[in-house]
Design a protein around this ligand. Structure first.
Ligand code: AMP
Ligand code: MG
Length: 327
């Protein structure tokens, strides 16, 4: 495995690796993706093997624009409006496979649909253009663990299982894409992300509904309840801090106390990481996985997490936190 700066010459090398069946970690605005040629079943199988990912869990394919997507999937009228409005960007659309679809069946885990996204990161865009094949790319980490938002996270999690890591800075958004099934009259959000129901309503004047499994009250299998998890245990909605805990804070910690006496604000920095002191949900999302990772490495038995408002982007952050805390 080699970590390479994402310049044109290295992007060309990365494309060669992909077109000869290898795996490349690429930066995107959501998280780093583990990319393989989606048309090459053997290459796609390597993704599942490298991540230790159950094959029932379908992959998302990445394209450089909607026209490229249409070589493989059907863009109905409603989905096209979503693509026109939100692509390139952190939104995955669930679309019907075309009859002559050349994408490997492994990608969609046997479903008649494929999740498709056009990423906004210029490196991902360049790589897609040079390859000119759709790239299957889940997050570039071992299955079930924290998603990578920086090249080093990929190296630590996957090591030599990836042929090349294209380094393109930290991921801006920091959370996986919003997954939407826009084919029906009511858009269904299958995974919350940084594109919120409010964004959809203000774009089209229609209310989206949530169709994902609530980790608190699972009703259907298929969406993994334990996911995005650190090694340490997690305690959500903490209002104080116990002796064996590190703290993932949000907003002011001025008045937060330790159960054994004293104040959190007097603790060393490595035990307390604040997602956003000003309470900005976008800043919090972009810091989430990296800070969880750092606290996980701090040696504390448990990570306490302060309450994060369950509105707008907070819904997606809380979804990830609940799955991370699920036992
Ligand atoms: P990731 O792990 O970020 O690659 O996201 C993949 C997730 O996308 C899967 O776990 C599914 O929840 C969802 N997904 C992918 N393809 C489909 C599909 N065809 N239908 C429904 N959900 C899908
Ligand atoms: Mg993932």
């Amino acid at each position: 495995m080699s970590i390479k700066t994402a310049n044109p010459s290295n992007i060309k090398d990365a494309a060669e690796i992909i077109l000869s069946g290898g795996l490349v970690a690429m930066p995107t605005e959501t998280v780093y993706g583990l990319a393989a040629n989606a048309l090459d079943g053997k290459a796609v199988a390597k993704i599942f093997a490298a991540k230790g990912r159950p094959q029932i869990n379908p992959l998302i394919i990445h394209v450089y624009n909607a026209a490229q997507a249409e070589r493989y999937v059907v863009m109905d009228e409603r989905s096209r409006r979503f693509a026109d409005h939100f692509w390139p960007g952190p939104m995955t659309l669930i679309l019907d496979k075309r009859e002559d679809c050349a994408v490997s069946d492994l990608v969609s885990a046997g479903l008649p649909t494929i999740g498709v996204r056009c990423p906004a990161h210029h490196v991902a865009q360049d790589l897609l253009m040079v390859c000119d094949v759709p790239l299957a790319a889940p997050s570039a980490n071992a299955s079930g663990t924290l998603s990578p938002t920086a090249p080093m996270h990929v190296a630590q999690s996957l090591g030599d299982k990836v042929d090349m890591i294209l380094a393109g800075g930290s991921s801006d958004v920091g959370l996986e894409s919003t997954i939407i099934d826009a084919r029906g009259a009511v858009p269904l959000i299958l995974r919350p992300g940084s594109i919120t129901p409010e964004d959809i309503e203000s774009a089209f004047g229609v209310k989206a509904e949530f169709g994902f499994t609530n980790p608190d009250a699972p009703t259907s299998p298929g969406q993994l309840l334990k996911h995005y998890a650190p090694n340490a245990d997690m305690r959500l909605n903490a209002v104080d801090l116990q002796d064996d805990e590190a703290l993932l804070a949000f907003g002011s910690i001025k008045f937060m106390g330790l159960t054994s006496g004293g104040f959190v604000k007097d603790l060393p920095n490595e035990r307390v990481m604040n997602l956003s002191e000003s309470g900005d949900l976008y800043e919090a999302a972009s810091n989430l996985f990296a800070y969880l990772r750092q606290l996980d490495d701090s040696g504390f038995k448990r990570i306490a997490v302060m309450n994060i408002p369950d509105t707008g982007l907070g819904i997606a952050i809380n979804d990830r936190l609940k799955r991370a805390a699920h036992k």
